[in-house]
Design a protein around this ligand. Structure first.
Ligand SMILES: Nc1ncnc2c1ncn2[C@@H]1O[C@H](COP(=O)(O)OP(=O)(O)OP(=O)(O)O)[C@@H](O)[C@H]1O
Ligand SMILES: [Mg+2]
Length: 460
């Protein structure tokens, strides 16, 4: 083990003893500050980074108990190791209850001391690692990672701000790849529960029997293969947020069980009879239209309303095209950094095609396309010819779009919709310069203006 970076603060009023301890711990490779006056030691903590406090219990003015209380109050993550004389074990146990990490009784052997210090140092390291990990989680999943300045996205982000502090259940709906999981994590990390776990379950990935024990856990022997008791995701998420992805896939039996947890915050493990109480916030996501499932009887209405306390609907990317250039810039920069490449960029023409594309796979698909271009294109500028064929090839796009249309559609209405889509697309391609867009479409400027008015198309 590397003791070098661990900084110990030892407090003992017996100066000779203090010096012996200091020498011993320094020999073991620790950085040591030894102080005989507790007040000086507490003042020292104010502006130094200390990993472990080791304090004597009996001291004339300020006792070890007071040192412990003040350290726990101001620096709750610093482990405190208590040294106590033989015979005062009962009070040492009390101190453990008040948050001391451990105690050793005097006289102790060098090995006893070193072992206790090593354990406390390990605990301190774990606290530090946890903090770093947590900060990086927040860095990765905080709200600032959600890119978008469209009206819809700004509304959505302000909704995240408003719901995050509450315990309200949130239902996030949106097509695949629109960022549902990203938003769920942002809610968690902006909430007071952000130091507690964010636990995610995909309701579609598991068959119903396995999902039940995944969610609620099981008791030993509750079914063949249940060789030991297992805690479910509800228990793991206690204090934090449970993210139920693809909620539309829940079987009717599990819908009933979920409803009960949402109402009573209680459940039993599979095969168990003891009620388990949990404090969780549920965020659910679906790419289906839950209301349609309710109408067809596949989803319980009461559960729908329980989940739908706050509804965040993520619009598909093609309905907020003004976010596309921002997302492209964001993913390009990120991907160049990750691959240690100089910063690349998309040509205006290529970017216009990206803005005009339909993006059936939404932001995830856009992210993949950008990453692939960044890695595969040798130069610094990504041009139209580097884009995947499905984005470049208008003929193919047109055919596949027509193939997707239902046969019984009203012809005039369909043609109008196609016309409006083409006009929008031409505008995007022409950087919103109407004269150029009308040239692309081969129509006069006045006809163009008439059509823009007819379809209510404005600027962006
Ligand atoms: N607004 C956004 N800003 C930045 N990145 C985004 C945004 N929306 C989505 N992403 C990224 O796109 C990818 C897909 O997002 P996410 O997994 O949250 O989508 P989803 O809606 O849960 O999809 P699915 O329904 O397929 O599970 C992720 O890598 C996510 O980081
Ligand atoms: Mg998802």
């Amino acid at each position: 083990m590397n003791n070098e970076k661990t900084h110990l603060l030892i407090i003992d009023d017996e100066v000779n003893y203090l010096l012996v301890l200091e020498a011993l711990l320094k020999d073991a490779g620790y950085e040591v500050t030894a102080l005989s006056d507790p007040e000086t030691a507490l003042a020292f903590l104010e502006d130094s980074e200390v990993d472990v406090v080791i304090t004597d219990m009996k001291m004339p003015r300020v006792t070890g108990g007071e040192v412990l209380a003040r350290v726990k109050k101001n620096w709750p993550n610093i482990p405190v190791l208590i040294m106590t004389a033989f015979g005062s074990i009962a009070s040492a146990v009390d101190l453990m209850k008040q948050g001391a990490t451990n105690y050793i009784t005097k006289p102790f052997s060098n090995d006893d001391l070193l072992l206790a210090v090593q354990n406390a140092a390990e605990l301190s390291r774990m606290h530090r690692q946890y903090r770093i990990l947590h900060e990086s989680l927040e860095e990765h999943y905080g709200k600032h990672n959600i890119i978008g300045s469209s009206h819809a996205m700004r509304e959505m982000l302000s909704m995240v701000d408003r719901v995050a502090p509450s315990k309200a259940t949130v239902l996030i709906s949106g097509e695949s790849g629109t960022g549902k999981e990203l938003v769920a994590k942002a809610i968690h990390f902006a909430s007071p529960r952000n130091k507690e776990p964010f636990v995610s379950v995909n309701c579609m990935a598991l068959n119903p029997g396995v999902l039940e024990s995944e969610l609620f856990g099981h008791e030993k022997g509750s079914f063949t293969g249940a060789v030991a008791m297992r805690r479910g995701r509800f228990e793991q998420a206690d204090g934090g947020t449970l993210f139920l992805d693809e909620i539309g896939e829940l079987t009717p039996e599990l819908q009933v069980k979920l409803l009960r947890v949402l109402q009573e915050h209680k459940f039993e493990r599979v095969g168990g009879t003891t009620e388990i109480e949990v404090n969780i916030r549920v965020v659910a996501a679906t790419n289906k239209d839950l209301l349609t499932l309710v109408q067809s009887g596949a989803f319980r209405e009461d559960l729908y309303y329980r989940l739908n306390v706050v509804h965040i609907a993520l619009p598909p990317l093609r309905e907020r095209r003004e976010d596309i250039p921002l997302l492209v810039a964001h993913f390009t920069e990120k991907s160049c950094k990750e691959n240690e490449l100089p910063l690349k960029s998309f040509s205006t023409e290529a970017l216009n095609y990206l803005v005009g594309y339909e993006w059936p796979g939404n932001v995830r698909q856009l992210q993949n396309v950008v990453e692939r271009c960044v890695v595969l294109v040798p130069g610094n500028v990504i041009n139209l010819e580097h884009l995947p064929p499905e984005i470049r090839d208008e003929e193919a796009q047109f055919k596949s779009a027509v193939d997707l249309l239902p046969v019984e559609l009203d012809l005039a209405d369909t043609l109008e919709r196609i016309e409006a889509a083409l006009i929008r697309r031409a505008l995007v391609r022409a950087d919103f310069i109407q004269t150029n867009a009308s040239k692309l479409l081969g129509i006069s400027k006045s006809l163009m203006q008439y059509k823009l008015k007819k379809y209510g198309i404005t600027g962006h």
